[in-house]
Design a protein around this ligand. Structure first.
Ligand code: SF4
Length: 382
């Protein structure tokens, strides 16, 4: 079996923390970001873990964060080249994505990233309304977002945009107007996330005090369906609950992840999960504090957990049922040694009778019309 493995590199610095974000990242001014030292640390980690990569096939690379566009392209390019060299084999058209913040993406940066070998940019636009961008505490305004998209489009063929919906004052018409403003760019990919209030964030504090107006479940549902209809009319396929793509332009890195396949996490707080034979894998989360990581990138992980066949089966359900293709039954059997239809026979039969699940072409999937009930369906199968 070819052991396709993706790589996620976490860049844990942002110019400013957004009040809704609970990602592992710290605020540093662009001048204070230790870009070269951080690249050296990631290279040391990669070198120290090279035996874990023996016999693996590189499936995709994703630089996320944080704000990887605060990393100078030369340093990022060094890491990228080392990752490619660390794997004995790789996909012919290797997808290499960098997450971008509009406030640190201009034409020069887009060109430098493309020169370094990056072929996909994912831009955290979040909104095209100045008022809503202010609410989200973002550093860019709508014009800045458009400029970043134009810069990306000019230098990189594959561009994706992240959007947040369910923001105060964002009714159906407002969301559709924002999505419509993206039309001239013929983007190949869009990620549309509902605003979630995470514990430990300033938004969570505001909400506890009753000072954060958030959309109700019904309002979220209305916006979710409105976006699906509008983007469908523009030729996008709703291929994962929060993701849309033009045919054939899905994110390969995310698709790999949603299939539950192996990935290596590099960098502070990076999470990875590598298979260790049929029905066995190990998930690890690197040391979280960037300064601690810079001191010793090979320090014992903050978390390390063995996964057995049942854990892997649950993971496959949780991730795979979010996609329009569903869970590949043969692939799950190959990776876990378990027959999913047997292992969950009663709840699957019950949900199939309700029309919440179908088995088709060797896949178990939730019909798109039931995606708003996805969480309850997945819980039922746990
Ligand atoms: S820029 Fe992104 S990663 Fe950084 S704080 Fe804001 S939402 Fe979080």
């Amino acid at each position: 079996m070819r052991r396709g493995t993706s790589v996620y590199v976490h860049f844990p610095f942002c110019a400013r923390r957004c009040p809704y974000c609970d990602f592992a990242t710290i605020a540093r001014s662009p001048q204070e970001v230790p870009g070269s030292a951080y690249a050296d640390a990631v290279l040391r980690e990669l070198e120290g873990r090279h035996t874990e990569l023996e016999g693996r096939h590189l499936a995709s690379i994703f630089f996320g964060g944080g704000t990887p566009t605060l990393w100078d392209a030369e340093a990022l390019g060094r890491v990228l080249a080392a990752i490619r060299a660390a794997f004995p084999t790789a996909e012919d058209e290797l997808e290499i994505t960098v997450e971008c913040n509009p406030s640190s993406l201009d034409r020069a940066k887009a060109r430098a990233l493309a020169d370094a070998g990056v072929n996909r940019l994912s831009i955290g636009v979040q909104s095209l309304s100045d008022e809503r961008l202010r609410f989200l505490g973002r550093l860019h305004d709508a014009r800045g977002a458009i400029r970043a998209i134009e810069a990306a489009r000019e230098h990189v063929e594959r561009v994706s945009v992240d959007f947040i919906f369910g923001l105060p004052g964002q009714d159906r018409a407002a969301l559709l107007a924002e999505l419509d403003a993206l039309r001239p760019f013929s983007l190949e990919h869009l990620s549309l996330y509902a605003l979630t209030i995470e514990e430990g964030t300033p938004f969570h504090e505001l909400r506890k005090k009753g000072r954060l107006p958030v959309a109700t479940d019904d309002e979220y549902a209305t916006l979710f369906l409105a976006a699906e209809e509008a983007l469908g009319a523009l030729g996008y396929e709703h291929y994962e609950v929060s993701n849309y793509a033009r045919p054939g332009r899905e994110s390969r890195h995310n698709a790999h992840y949603w299939r539950g396949h192996a990935y290596l996490g590099l960098g502070a707080a990076a999470v990875g999960c590598l298979d260790e034979g049929v029905g066995r894998a190990r998930r690890r989360k690197n040391v979280i504090e960037p300064d601690a990581y810079l001191r010793d990138p090979l320090a014992p992980p903050a978390e390390s957990e063995r996964l057995d066949a049942e854990d892997l089966l649950r993971e496959a359900l949780m991730l795979g049922l979010r996609t329009s293709r569903g869970v590949d039954l043969a692939d799950v059997r190959e990776r876990t040694g378990l027959d999913l239809l047997e292992a969950r026979r009663a709840p699957i039969a019950r949900r199939m009778e309700l029309g919440d699940l179908v088995v088709e072409d060797g896949h178990l999937r939730v019909p798109r019309s039931r995606w708003l009930s996805l969480d309850a369906i997945v819980v039922d199968l746990f």
